[in-house]
Design a protein around this ligand. Structure first.
Ligand code: NAD
Length: 346
């Protein structure tokens, strides 16, 4: 008999409060909902992602990692809510039908607020209108937009803080920044970096996206496989997770890593390997908290208040200070800072 995906024994389990497998044969919905923590005040919150996972085990692993990451991001941002994530198994380009989106909404509604959803990779824009028809428990900006503007501004602030702290006070002007992934966040980040005089090296499997950034900013386009080993001052991973792993860390030729992608480290050991190589890693859940920090502004339909993103620079300082004082990786330091702020993570 095939091994079943173990949940309690799963290496990423981390005492999740709830892990639910969702199935709706009529629409083809197959999904995993992971609620990492709930608090006295609220259930778990985190977007809904859709990807063609190769197996239900891969979907489970991603859901567990993403919901845990949400808990740490929210804790670091001072939001007293636990993290959660729903991952839907399927190819958004082929399988994302109205019936499937409605089934997602109905599933979310059944949890009565114990899980609050939103957009994520593969689910966004008009999809959220359909999901919102079926559930009260969906957060999105009043203007119908998404969090990516705030996220990109937050990543920029993290890059600026990391550069000023670790590259002898250098400004972005003249520095080479590699942006992996030119989707909602990566494209906006490129615009912001170019405005500040950074030289861009970019990669995305979609040629229309790389062509647009090359044309707008004179960016150098490289193959997705080549970006990580390009000569860079800063690498900004803005695609998918686990890009920093046993195979890639030895190949990196950058001085700082600060980007939007969730779960950039394949394992915590990758953070130690980066530290050993003298590469500064700005922990993803500190860097990509722009959406969490501005969610109340955006829910009111207000423009993003850039001042509120200063918290990202302050949080990074706390992380870098602790990592230096204790001679630990920045990842471990960030988790410790988050746990001190949010007892429900312990
Ligand atoms: P997106 O789906 O709009 O963009 C991702 C891009 O990465 C796509 O253009 C895709 O073609 C590209 N890509 C895929 N594989 C690649 C590879 N191997 N090399 C280079 N590019 C590749 O997603 P997004 O909203 O821009 O988010 C990017 C990342 O940031 C995701 O990991 C997401 O979870 C995380 N994040 C996003 C937000 C947000 O506000 N959107 C907030 C926090 C974290």
């Amino acid at each position: 008999m095939d091994a079943q995906p173990a949940v309690f024994e799963h290496p990423e389990f981390d005492h999740h409060a709830e892990v639910i497998f969702l199935c709706d044969p009529a629409s083809g919905l197959r999904a995993v909902l992971a609620i990492h923590r709930t608090t006295r005040f609220a259930g778990g919150s985190g977007g809904c992602r859709m990807q063609p996972y190769p197996s239900s085990g891969a979907a489970l692993t991603d859901a567990l990692r993403l919901s845990r990451g949400m808990s740490y991001k929210l804790a670091m941002a001072g939001v007293p809510i636990g993290g959660a994530k729903m991952v839907v198994i399927g190819d958004p380009a082929k399988d994302k039908t109205e019936a499937l989106l409605r089934a997602i909404g109905r599933a979310v509604e059944r949890f009565n607020g114990r899980y609050v959803t939103g957009g994520d990779v593969g689910v966004g824009g008009p999809d959220l209108d359909i999901i919102a028809d079926e559930t009260h428990y969906l957060v999105r900006p009043a203007d119908g937009g998404d969090a990516s503007e705030a996220t990109a501004l937050g990543v920029l602030r993290a890059i600026e803080r990391s550069v000023s702290r670790h590259l002898d006070g250098a400004a972005l002007d003249g520095l080479t920044v590699g942006v992996q992934g030119l989707g909602h966040v990566g494209r906006r980040l490129c615009d912001l970096l170019a405005e500040r005089g950074a030289r861009l090296v970019v990669a995305d499997p979609r040629a229309d996206l790389t062509d647009a950034v090359a044309e707008a900013h004179g960016a150098e386009v490289v193959d997705p496989d080549a970006l990580l080993s390009s000569d860079l001052d800063v690498l900004a991973p803005c695609a998918l997770g686990a890009v920093l792993n046993d195979a890639t860390v030895p190949e990196l030729r950058c001085r700082i890593i600060a980007g939007a992608a969730n779960n950039q480290l394949a394992t915590p050991a990758a953070a130690d390997a980066l530290a050993e190589r003298g590469i500064v890693y700005a922990p993803d859940f500190v860097v990509n908290a722009g959406g969490a920090l501005t969610s109340s502004q955006r829910a009111r339909g207000e423009a993003v208040d850039v001042e509120s993103l200063e918290a990202i620079a302050k949080n990074l300082d706390a992380v870098y200070d602790l990592a230096e004082a204790e001679a630990i990786s920045t990842h471990e330091a960030a988790e410790r800072v988050a746990r001190e702020r949010a007892p429900h993570l312990a």
